[in-house]
Design a protein around this ligand. Structure first.
Ligand code: ATP
Ligand code: MG
Length: 284
């Protein structure tokens, strides 16, 4: 499996970064060589892995995704090791203005794609965490990617905006990247006790029957705590429902990318978040 996957949804706060970080970590645990690219000026994926740095390199690169987009630095030169088998191309403050700077550059929507040379030598999966907009930064991710992973929060208006995302993906296909596929849709913050979660799941499945991952990510307080420690859920609370769900999603994701069927043991939408949130457990 060699894939470049953009985690995208222009709706804010739906679990893009939580999914990108924890899926990246879980895929690395499964043995894949993973590069996580943070193209969001908020830099949440970068800070979300800032704890427990693994690198033994004496001098870490201070380059960021900004240098990739504006200064033509190859992506592999910006990536730095943050965990075993997991490298990060970090966001930095100057990414905030990059959207405007990009607008004046040639081939402005292909900058990330063109930096992705020879990535296959080092990685088999590149995950890109995108900002909550359909701007030039997200467009760079969609042009560089071969597929899109769409997190959908199980809430009112969950599907609002999904049609414009799908239309954008279609436009990118037509004009810039004909190979772009939808890798899958993952339900986030699923609460099995809440009828609304089931309604959203049913609606998404009706619209995209073969794209919805059977693993749903439950609403889990440990998942919301782990970024403040700069840790993935697996380092923060490996036995939490959140960790189990992202482990299951990684297995299902890897199987789907490989063109295999999902492994039988993956958690299903119906079982996910069965009301046993682990918030009563003591923190580590
Ligand atoms: N399954 C979950 N259970 C509980 N809290 C969650 C879950 N997933 C994400 N969160 C929390 O919800 C908030 C939004 O999540 P996240 O940052 O992953 O969304 P996002 O789509 O990346 O947001 P943005 O659009 O701002 O980039 C964060 O505080 C995060 O910790
Ligand atoms: Mg985010």
């Amino acid at each position: 499996m060699r894939r470049v996957v953009a985690v995208a949804n222009q709706k804010g706060g739906v679990g893009k970064t939580t999914t990108a970080v924890n899926l990246a970590f879980a895929l690395a645990e499964l043995g894949h060589a993973v590069l996580l690219v943070d193209i969001d000026p908020q830099g949440n994926a970068t800070s979300g892995l800032s704890g427990a740095a693994q690198s033994s390199e004496p001098q870490q690169s201070t380059l960021s995704v900004y240098d990739i987009l504006i200064r033509n630095v190859p992506l592999v030169d910006v990536a730095r090791p943050v965990r075993p088998r997991l490298d990060l191309a970090p966001a930095s403050q100057d990414l905030v203005g990059a959207g405007i700077e990009l607008a004046t550059l040639e081939r402005r929507e292909r900058r990330l794609q063109e930096s992705l040379t020879d990535w296959q030598i080092k990685y088999n999966i590149v995950l890109i965490d995108t900002p909550p907009s359909l701007d030039l930064l997200t467009l760079n991710a969609l042009v560089a990617a071969d597929s899109v992973l769409i997190p959908i929060q199980c809430e009112y208006y969950a599907l609002e905006g999904l049609s414009s995302l799908m239309a954008t993906i279609q436009r990118v296909r037509t004009a810039l990247n004909p190979a772009l596929e939808v890798a899958g849709i993952v339900l986030t913050m699923f609460d099995a006790r809440n009828r609304l979660s089931h309604d959203v799941a049913r609606e998404v499945r009706a619209h995209f029957p073969d794209r919805l991952f059977s693993t749903a990510i439950p609403r889990n307080v440990r998942l919301s705590e782990s970024p403040s420690h700069g840790l993935s859920i697996f380092e923060y609370e490996a036995r939490s429902a959140g960790a189990e769900s992202y482990r299951a999603l990684a297995a299902e994701f890897a199987a789907r990318m490989d063109g295999r069927d999902a492994p039988a043991e993956v958690e299903t939408v119906e079982r996910a978040g069965d009301g046993t949130d682990d918030k009563d457990r003591p923190p580590p």
